[in-house]
Design a protein around this ligand. Structure first.
Ligand SMILES: [Zn+2]
Length: 117
C-alpha cells in the first residue's frame, strides 16, 4: 500500500507563473506511506490512508525522518502544461526550507508514436 507521501510547505508555496496558492503536494522520495510531512516538523504529522487500521502507531511515526534531499510536486489548475516541483533539503533531519521551485513541462507523446506499427 502507499505510493507517495503528502507535503505541507509552511508558508504555502505559490505558482511561479500565475501566483495562486498551491496545495496537494505529493512526493516519492521518502517512505511513500501516505504520510503528511509539514515543513519544520521532523516527523510526519499524520498518515492519511482513509483507514485507521492501516496506520502505524504514533510512537513509531515519530521516529521517521525525511531523506537528506527530496522533492515533491503538484499541478496548477491555471497552468496545465506544467508540473510544479519543489526541491528541498533537511538540516539535522528537519525540513527547514524549500531550496528551489522548478517548472517541468508535462510530456506530450508525439503523434508519430501512436502511428508507428
Ligand atoms: Zn499557475
Amino acid at each position: 500500500m502507499g505510493m507517495f507521501d503528502w507535503y505541507k510547505p509552511v508558508p504555502d508555496l505559490r505558482c511561479p507563473i500565475c501566483e495562486i496558492v498551491l496545495g496537494d503536494w505529493q512526493g516519492k522520495n521518502a517512505d511513500c506511506a501516505l504520510f503528511l510531512w509539514q515543513q519544520g516538523v521532523p516527523y510526519p504529522i499524520d498518515q492519511i490512508t482513509g483507514d485507521e487500521e492501516c496506520c502505524i502507531s504514533e510512537e513509531v511515526r515519530k521516529q521517521i525522518r525525511l531523506p537528506e534531499e527530496f522533492e515533491f510536486y503538484t499541478s496548477c489548475e491555471n497552468c496545465p502544461d506544467y508540473r510544479i516541483v519543489a526541491e528541498c533539503k533537511t538540516e539535522n533531519g528537519v525540513w527547514k526550507n524549500v531550496e528551489k521551485i522548478r517548472l517541468d513541462k508535462k510530456p506530450k507523446l508525439p503523434r508519430k508514436w501512436f502511428d508507428r506499427r
